[in-house]
Design a protein around this ligand. Structure first.
Ligand SMILES: O=c1[nH]cnc2c1ncn2[C@@H]1O[C@H](CO)[C@@H](O)[C@H]1O
Length: 545
């Protein structure tokens, strides 16, 4: 029989082994110094999570929701969303102060329902489609025409027509409001058609477009549609306002938004590619985009101050992005443009990035020369424009997308957008840990864009366990339906036994720490975060498990 000392020795070495491995994690030091309130809150959250794993997710018991045959915590988001909405855990997480939102594409931030409502206010906004609207064939997006939107000058306002009537001549611009009011399929069907073209639905994500290539086709098409709406100055301004206000409601305190400046060419492509002014003319240049952005930041700050909530919004900056399918020569134009914007708005331009499907477009090595030149030039000019590259958003192992991770790091990236394939790179993970290069991880985006079928299969725990700093982000919530960052927080929390509330707190703190704010600003924002965090954990302590 095994003696007690032998058993004790086994348990002791087991504990030591676990402690040793966990020592790499960024939440370990924090966990060792918890306040009594934090300890209690962490425990309450674990208890609620354990209860809901059974009552909501049927974990280890019978399926509690027969209409969803496969149910588990961290399962596919779009199927689970309504269940998540009802959980106590989600409602608690909505109140958590989340620090900075570091990976967010401006074009994908506002609920399509709200975007459409904003657009409908403007008589200049028009819509057209290739042929009379018919929605009867099926519910699947492949068979549906895409709406195209554009704001027109008064002299070119279109005539009122029923776009669903056989008389509608494909390609004719119709004022948006009239098109909706006069649509013989009904305003509800019209809205559903427009909104469906701006987001990915569960059928598309999990059936009709269930491959990385196909889902990216649908994903890209949503940006082509939304461009016509957002690329109209009055809508743009209100859109940014909605983005900030809804982020603040979700506990986000500061934003670094990726704005796509690719839209400089006009009329060679099918869709609208620039920004239209209030007069309906294509005359809003990139400087003005930044002025608008700044005006909205100031407005939101002013309003919050008036509401006595100034602690809730520290501001917003911009990561300049363009699409990674342009030529290297074209990239030079954008790099110059980025420098010019930085010189005029040093406080607004936070960094530079290339976006678009890494799987099909150019690798970073293709742009090496202009990128290296940019580094030298900004250094000479004394401008701080760090690269904040997307890299490794792939399932590939050693392909060009996976290898973008090496180049991002060699080029000195400040953070890595996604870095999904980082789990295959022990050396790079070590470098990220030691040099403080965080991954901007977007769990729900990764799942909807078919890199993982659920959160338990996501590599995030590998990153956490290797001590890689993490900033959780929502990527394109308007398209994915994860309209608030709390959904991503929820999916992470329920799919791990190691990660708890404190892990989320550490990632929220890290989001501030690894932002592009100045050190003094980071300290100030961290202090505000600490205050709100303290109030948040105190509130949790009043709850019964
Ligand atoms: O997760 C992503 N990876 C790479 N590119 C993206 C992602 N989300 C959005 N975009 C890109 O950003 C542009 C919108 O401004 C879109 O064209 C899309 O290609």
């Amino acid at each position: 029989m095994t003696t007690v000392p032998v058993l004790d020795a086994y348990w002791a070495s087991r504990t030591n082994l676990i402690v040793e491995e966990r020592s790499l994690r960024r939440d370990t030091a924090y966990l060792a110094n918890l306040t009594e309130t934090e300890k209690k809150a962490e425990g309450i959250i674990r208890d609620i999570k354990a209860v809901e794993a059974k009552t909501v997710w049927g974990f280890g018991v019978e399926n509690v929701h027969e209409e969803i045959p496969v149910l588990f915590p961290g399962m596919e988001f779009l199927t689970a969303k309504e269940l998540i909405d009802e959980t106590r855990l989600f409602k608690i997480l909505q109140k958590m102060p989340k620090g900075a939102l570091l990976h967010a594409h401006l074009d994908g931030m506002v609920d399509p329902t709200i975007l459409l409502r904003i657009a409908l206010k403007h008589p200049a906004m028009h819509v057209r489609l290739p042929a009379p609207l018919s929605l009867t064939t099926s519910n699947e997006s492949e068979s549906r025409p895409l709406p195209e939107f554009m704001a027109l000058p008064v002299s070119q306002f279109g005539i009122t027509t029923d776009i669903a009537s056989p008389e509608y001549v494909g390609g004719t611009w119709v004022p948006l409001r009239d098109a909706r009011d006069r649509c013989s399929l009904g305003a509800e069907a019209f809205d559903e058609w427009v909104i469906g073209s701006l987001r990915i639905n569960p059928t598309e994500a999990y059936k009709t477009h269930d491959s990385i290539y196909k889902i990216w086709q649908k994903f890209q098409s949503t940006f082509m549609v939304s461009r016509g709406l957002i690329g109209f100055k009055p809508v743009y301004e209100e859109y940014i306002y909605e983005f900030f206000r809804s982020s603040i409601e979700d506990g986000i305190m500061y934003v670094e938004a990726r704005i796509n400046f690719w839209y400089k060419y006009v009329s060679i492509y099918l869709f609208l590619l620039t920004m239209i002014g209030a007069d309906g003319e294509d005359n809003v240049d990139h400087f003005e985009w930044l002025e608008i952005f700044e005006r909205v930041v100031d407005r939101v700050k002013r309003e919050l101050k008036e509401e006595g909530r100034e602690d809730e919004f520290y501001g917003a900056r911009i990561i300049y992005t363009t699409l990674r399918f342009i030529s290297k020569e074209e990239l030079e134009w954008y790099l110059d443009d980025c420098i010019a914007l930085k010189q005029k708005f040093p406080h607004l331009i936070a960094g530079f990035d290339l976006v678009g499907d890494e799987n099909v477009f150019h690798p970073l090595t293709y742009y090496l020369e202009p990128l290296l030149q940019f580094k030298e030039r900004t250094k000479e000019l004394g401008l701080d424009i760090p690269f904040i590259f997307h890299a490794g958003e792939t399932l590939g192992d050693g392909d060009h997308v996976d290898q973008n991770l090496f180049d991002a790091i060699l080029l000195g990236t400040k953070r890595i957008g996604h870095g999904f394939s980082m789990a295959k790179h022990p050396l790079l993970m070590k470098m990220c840990r030691e040099r403080g290069i965080p991954l901007e991880v977007c769990p729900i985006s990764n799942e909807i864009l078919r890199l993982t079928s659920s959160m338990p299969m996501h590599p995030l725990p590998i990153f956490f366990n290797n001590g890689v700093p993490i900033a959780l982000s929502s990527d394109d919530p308007a398209v994915f339906g994860n309209l608030i960052l709390s959904y991503d927080y929820y999916q992470v929390l329920v799919s791990s036994e190691v990660s708890g509330l404190i892990t989320l707190a550490v990632t929220a703190r890290d989001s501030i720490q690894f932002s592009t704010l100045k050190d003094s600003e980071k300290q100030e924002l961290l202090q505000i975060w600490e205050r709100r965090w303290k109030a948040f954990v105190e509130e949790i302590c009043t709850l019964t498990p």
